[in-house]
Design a protein around this ligand. Sequence first.
Ligand SMILES: Cc1cc2nc3c(=O)[nH]c(=O)nc-3n(C[C@H](O)[C@H](O)[C@H](O)COP(=O)(O)OP(=O)(O)OC[C@H]3O[C@@H](n4cnc5c(N)ncnc54)[C@H](O)[C@@H]3O)c2cc1C
Length: 189
Amino acid sequence: MLDVLVVGGGISGGSAAIYTAQGGLNTVVIDSGKSQIKQVSKVFNYPGIKEVSGPELLENIKEQAVAAGTEWFEGTVESVEMKESAYEVSMSDGRKLYTKYLVIATNLQTSILESLGFELAVNEKVPSGKIKKVLGIGLDGKTHLSNLYITSLLAGLSSQSVIASGHGASVGISIVSAETGKSYMWHDK
Ligand SMILES: Cc1cc2nc3c(=O)[nH]c(=O)nc-3n(C[C@H](O)[C@H](O)[C@H](O)COP(=O)(O)OP(=O)(O)OC[C@H]3O[C@@H](n4cnc5c(N)ncnc54)[C@H](O)[C@@H]3O)c2cc1C
């Protein structure tokens, strides 16, 4: 069984995986390759990086996650079921994986959350009024379901990569801290 499975390898999911893998947890990301940042030819507002293309920023995050020990699968998660002490994650190619901690980092895609019974509301921080969120999610990304975490817009945050990335990192830290029973700090080794 995996420690952590992240559904969605965009900015937030990839960032979560950097932290859970670096924190020593056996981590897999499954990504269907449709991150919004791929549409952006130049990103000028990611602090510390004056200019980067969206695809390059995304690839760098993936490389950092893999360097930390993450296994990265291309593919689509079709369904998730809660079993007694694990989540069963089924991919559209028929593969099934089992994980203790599950991170939903699917951004615009809400079907997995709906199938797990989450109620969705409008994320009012996005002006279009079309983006959904789960109510009551904090910076640690925890939900009422045991060991299930949500990132980014789905957690009610504002749009922009630095926010998605920071929230992913925060979720990763919260998972490592929950698993080890002590507050995790990257540089505190
Ligand atoms: C037109 C446009 C311009 C933008 N410009 C900027 C900008 O200049 N600067 C900036 O900082 N931000 C910009 N953004 C916002 C930025 O793209 C987002 O903040 C960021 O991508 C959100 O990260 P995320 O991880 O939440 O979602 P995403 O990066 O979108 O990642 C979600 C990932 O989940 C995957 N996924 C979904 N469902 C499944 C499934 N069932 N199984 C497997 N994988 C799944 C998707 O394929 C995708 O890869 C822009 C967005 C848009 C649309």
